[in-house]
Design a protein around this ligand. Structure first.
Ligand code: PCG
Length: 140
């Protein structure tokens, strides 16, 4: 299979606890390569735009507040089957359901403060990458 790219966020709960390196190591150990990376502090409006597909969910406001509460690290990860591999390494959204050894099993605090985000499909990966990075910033 050809190389694929996915979009990843290391969330505020993880950056606050200085877990950026530990999380990136899990991705790299799984064969994913960081081809773009930036640490930024989103405004609530920017978080809301990113998560607008969830606008009708009851947790939307809480989600946007949380994502704007501290810096995040936005990254593009590249590898074979990068989208599926990234999701495997992250584990289930709710850390209570995440398999041992996954990022969320080891680090996540709750379903909301769950340390990482990863794209769920090629179409969303393309949209999410373009929201944070220009083509010039993707260095394979
Ligand atoms: P992510 O970033 O992959 O995509 C949407 C996010 O919504 C998800 O991870 C969770 O962190 C968050 N989310 C899902 N369910 C809930 C919930 O019940 N409460 C809160 N606060 N957040 C949730």
């Amino acid at each position: 299979m050809a190389l694929e790219r996915t979009f990843s966020i290391i969330k505020p709960d993880a950056t606050k606890r200085n877990l950026t390196g530990a999380i990136v190591k899990k991705f790299e150990d799984a064969g994913l390569r960081v081809v773009a990376s930036k640490r930024i502090h989103l405004s609530k409006a920017q978080a809301g735009e990113f998560y607008k597909v969830h606008a009708e969910r009851p947790f939307y406001d809480e989600l946007c507040e949380f994502m704007a509460s501290a810096p995040i690290v936005a990254q593009v990860l590249e590898g074979e089957n990068a989208i599926a591999k990234n999701r495997e390494v992250m584990g289930a959204t709710n850390p209570a359901d995440a398999e041992a050894g996954t990022i969320r099993a080891e680090f996540a605090e709750s379903v909301g403060e769950n340390s990482v985000h990863g794209s769920d499909a090629p179409e969303t990966a393309a949209i999410e990458i373009a929201y944070f990075f220009s083509g010039l910033e993707l260095v394979g």
